[in-house]
Each structure stands twice: as structure tokens, then as C-alpha cells.
Design a protein around this ligand. Structure first.
Ligand code: BG6
Length: 512
């Protein structure tokens, strides 16, 4: 039977003709995320008729060999399985490969000739989307190479109706404020800010986009979305997985740089921001930047009181024994890198003055869950007495993943002769209401980048504000003489010290 809620959900947005050029085409991201996303976009007809995708990487390889690799990746990681062979044959005709090092001028000369050929053969109309699926250390060489080979059209040409050149940049975007500024300067040397699309894949998630819709398309919640009614907010990004063979990367980042500085802060911005004047990219991003600027910076002495680190020890996850972080490949035996962090943050503005935002993120926790919970204040006068001595406060939970949905907890009377109070939930589930075939974050983000819509991408000042806030935390840690983070058992909810962070305020973490 057809689901009436699915009416009007047909994907109608199509990008302009273009060639997507992926630097770092032999990496994991290309086969796991980018190519499956493009293939699914082809199925949902959101790719333009003039379309090509060009992989660029060091190793010599034929177009056919690259296509075969991509087919293998798509078969494994596409959300639609099995792969449709007729559709794939059509799609793969648009896939090609250019070999070369990112430092060599010839790579870009060859790329230019190849792209000109594609303009003729596949009607890509000189439009280019350059995707940097490479570590930040490679950015400069690539941007310089593109510029040197005249592969970048100025933004003014696009405004006059000419072809576009855009650059999509993956995280991590630097490792502190200074390095982020340097990367921004590198990109800014060749691309205008309107041509730069910094990816935070959380913004491509349906449930994250729904935060704006939920807040600003309903009149019910917004009047209560402030310090008058909200006691505190909890944001959790918990993972069951460990570092999954990325020990080397994790030793450089830790969870704070990997998750908090970007994904979690974006969730906080969307929860706390004021209504934008429109949905134009800059209107939305202006409001997010205001939140980031309002975050109370932590003075050195305050970091210890407000930020708790942890590192996973051995433990049991889903019935399996798992090793400690320090036993993972490429991790130092005495590593002090944090795999868990909990923080108490304040948004010092009129709406949120005095409302704590408790946030936490970690690997090897009890459950994979990302959620935002708004806990409302308790009733001002207690008419009813409950057996546990109190009435639990109302909580609105937005479940970002998995089990996507929104739940509102409130108190009811249990049926019977006595007045017994019970905390119950009203629960909305995406899967039940809309079916589960939602586009992946990368599909949405690639399409938006091809369409030139930067709303779901982080702007230069946004990324710099994120780092400026975090830099104070890192500075505080350095001042603590880099004490090792406390250990927590894999499969638990993090170190005890994180519970104390809330207990001091008379609160406790939710158990999602
Ligand atoms: C990435 C991090 O940005 O996000 C990973 O580098 C993390 O460490 C991943 O596992 C989580 O993404 P998702 O979409 O699975 O929540």
C-alpha cells in the first residue's frame, strides 16, 4: 500500500552539467562514500545529462581498471543493492582516470586536456567541481596546480552566466586556529569564498537538516526554546566502534578534533541559533556564527572543571572482547590521546544565558547514538507526589541516528484507583512515517555543491570560530602538563569523572 506521507517526496532537484574531479581517487572515501553517492544520484535522476567524474591519483591505471575498482566499491557500499548492471554501464561511461602526482605541473596539464575533451564528448560545459579527498597537507599543491594550469574560472565569470569552478574540501580542516587560517588562505588565494564548500557530513544528514524545520516550521516549540523553560541541553555523539585501523590519524586528532570541533559544534549551533531571516546560505550561516561567537571561552583554570577527557581500556562491546586504545595498531603504548570528551558549555546570549549545554562524544561507548536532548524545567509547584519523590522533567529528544526520530517525554496518570504518575513518551519515527530509503549525507552534499548551494557547508569564519573556541581548551590541557586522560572500559558510558561534571550541578547524563 502506498504511504500518503511519501507524497511529494520525489527528488526533483538536478544539478547543472559539470565534471566532478576527485583528488585522492584511490582513497577510502572515494569508494565508500563519493562513488556510491554519485551512483545513487544517477538512480534518483539528480545528475545532469552532461556529467563526468574524473579520478586523480598517483598510481598509473587505465580508465577500465579504475571503473572496476569503483564498481567493486559501489557494490559493497551503495545504499541500494544489488547494483543495477544496465544503470551501472551507463553511469561508468562517465568515469575516467588521470594519473599523476599532485606536485607535478604535468598532472594538471593532462587534467586540463582531459577535461576539455570531456566538455566535447559529454557536454560538461566547462563547469568543474574539484573535490579534495586528500589530507590537508596536499591542499596547497593541488590549489597551486589548478591555478597554474588555468583550471579555475573566477567567481565573477559565473555571476555573469559563465562556467563555474568550485572546490569541495574534506575535514579535518586544520588542527587549530592557526592551521585552519593557513588552509583558508591557501584556498582563498585561488578560490573566492562563494566557490569554497567545506564539508561537514553531519549537515548532510536528513535528521540534522530537520532540526531547522522542526524548530522553525512549528509554532509549538519555539516559544519554549529558551532560558525561561529549558533547564539544560545534552548533546551526545556516541560510537561503539574503536579507531578502526585509523590509529595513526587518531593519534594526531583525538575525539575532540575529530568530532567535537566540527560535527558536535554544528549540532549545537543548529540547536541554539536564532531563526535566520531566510534560508539563503549566508543568512543561515550568519546565525550559526553568532552562536559560536557567544560561546563562553574557557580561561585556562576553567578547562579542568568543564572538560573531562577519557581513553578506552579493554572491555566488551556487543558481546565481543575489544582491545584498549593503546593496544590498537599505530597507537603509542603510552598514548595520552583522548577517545572520549565531555564538556560543559555556555552560550552567553539573551536566549540561553545560564543554560548549560553538556556535550559528549566518544568511541567504544555502550551504544551507537547521536542525539540532542532538551530538558525542560520542572513544574513550579508539585501537586502530585510520586513514589521516587519527584516528577521527572519533560524531555524532548531529537534522535539524529540511528533509529531516527523525535520523542517527547511527559508525565501521565497510570490507570487505576490510585494516582500513580508515569513518565511516558510520544515517539515519532522517520522509518515508520517515511520509509527508510533516505539519501545518504554525501548525496545531498554533492548535489548542493553542484548546484552552488552552500547552506549546508561551513563558511570560513564559522570554521575559524570553531577552532578559536577549541584552542582555549587545548591550551588548558597543555597547562595541565598533559596529564593522561582517565581510562574507561570499552562498552561503558565513559569515565566516572564525566558523571561528576553533571553531578556537581545536580544533574545526570541521560542513558540513551
Ligand atoms: C567522521 C570521523 O568524521 O565521522 C569518524 O572521522 C567517525 O571517526 C565518523 O566515526 C562518524 O560519522 P557517522 O556518520 O557514522 O556518525
Amino acid at each position: 500500500m502506498s504511504n500518503p506521507l511519501r507524497k511529494g517526496l520525489v527528488e526533483e532537484r538536478t544539478a547543472a552539467a559539470c565534471a566532478v574531479v576527485i583528488f585522492g581517487a584511490s582513497g577510502d572515501l572515494t569508494r565508500r562514500k563519493l562513488m556510491p553517492a554519485l551512483y545513487n544520484m544517477a538512480i534518483s535522476r539528480s545528475l545532469p545529462s552532461g556529467f563526468a567524474v574524473v579520478g586523480v591519483a598517483r598510481r598509473e591505471k587505465s580508465h577500465d581498471a579504475f571503473r572496476a575498482e569503483m564498481k567493486e566499491g559501489v557494490s559493497k557500499f551503495s545504499r541500494r543493492k544489488p547494483i543495477d548492471s544496465t544503470l551501472w554501464e551507463d553511469f561508468e561511461r562517465g568515469i575516467s582516470y588521470v594519473a599523476g602526482t599532485f606536485e607535478a605541473k604535468e598532472t594538471y596539464e593532462r587534467l586540463r586536456e582531459h577535461l576539455e575533451q570531456l566538455d566535447k564528448e559529454r557536454g560538461t560545459l566547462q563547469n568543474r567541481l574539484f573535490y579534495l579527498a586528500v589530507p590537508p597537507s596536499e591542499f596547497r599543491a593541488i590549489v597551486t596546480g589548478l591555478q597554474g594550469a588555468n583550471l579555475v574560472q573566477p567567481a565573477s565569470r559565473e555571476r555573469e552566466g559563465g562556467p563555474f569552478s568550485r572546490i569541495v574540501i574534506e575535514k579535518p580542516f586544520g588542527h587549530d586556529l592557526e592551521s585552519a587560517r593557513e588552509l583558508n588562505d591557501t584556498i582563498g588565494s585561488t578560490f573566492d569564498e562563494s566557490q569554497a564548500f567545506r564539508i561537514d557530513h553531519y549537515l548532510g544528514k536528513e535528521t540534522v537538516q530537520n532540526l531547522l524545520v522542526f524548530r522553525f516550521a512549528n509554532s509549538l516549540f519555539e516559544p519554549m526554546w529558551n532560558r525561561e523553560h529549558v533547564d539544560h541541553v545534552q548533546i551526545t555523539v556516541a560510537e561503539e566502534i574503536g579507531v578502526e585501523g585509523r590509529g595513526k590519524f587518531y593519534e594526531q586528532t583525538g575525539v575532540t578534533k575529530d568530532i567535537v570541533e566540527n560535527h558536535l559544534m554544528q549540532l549545537l549551533c543548529l540547536t541554539a541559533m536564532e531563526p535566520p531571516i531566510s534560508l539563503a546560505a549566508d543568512a543561515v550561516r550568519d546565525e550559526k556564527v553568532k552562536v559560536l561567537k557567544s560561546l563562553r571561552r574557557m580561561e585556562r583554570g576553567l578547562v579542568q572543571q568543564n572538560v573531562i577527557r577519557g581513553q578506552y581500556a579493554r572491555g566488551i562491546v556487543r558481546g565481543d572482547e575489544v582491545p584498549a586504545y593503546r593496544e590498537e595498531p599505530d597507537v603509542a603504548k603510552d598514548s595520552r590521546v583522548e577517545t572520549y570528551v565531555a564538556m560543559r558549555m555556555f552560550v552567553d546570549n539573551w536566549r540561553w544565558g545560564g543554560v548549560p549545554f553538556y556535550v559528549r562524544a566518544g568511541k567504544r561507548l555502550a551504544k551507537r547514538v547521536t542525539e540532542i536532548a532538551i530538558q525542560f524545567k520542572t513544574v513550579p509547584h508539585k501537586l502530585f507526589s510520586a513514589p521516587d519523590g519527584g516528577i521527572t522533567p519533560n524531555v524532548l529528544t531529537m534522535r539524529i541516528q540511528p533509529d531516527e526520530g523525535i520523542a517527547l517525554r511527559f508525565i501521565t496518570k497510570e490507570p487505576g484507583q490510585h494516582t500513580v504518575l508515569r513518565d511516558v513518551a510520544m515517539d515519532f519515527r522517520y522509518g515508520t512515517a517515511f520509509g527508510s530509503n533516505t539519501p545518504e549525507a554525501y548525496e545531498r552534499l554533492l548535489l548542493d555543491a553542484m548546484r552552488g548551494d552552500a547552506t549546508l557547508f561551513t563558511r570560513r569564519d564559522e570554521v575559524e570560530e570553531q577552532w578559536s573556541y577549541m584552542d582555549a581548551v587545548f591550551d588548558g590541557w597543555r597547562a595541565e602538563a598533559n596529564a593522561p586522560p582517565p581510562l574507561y572500559g570499552s562498552g561503558s558510558w565513559g569515565p566516572e569523572q564525566a558523571d561528576d561534571l553533571l553531578a556537581r550541578d545536580g544533574r545526570r547524563w541521560r542513558k540513551p
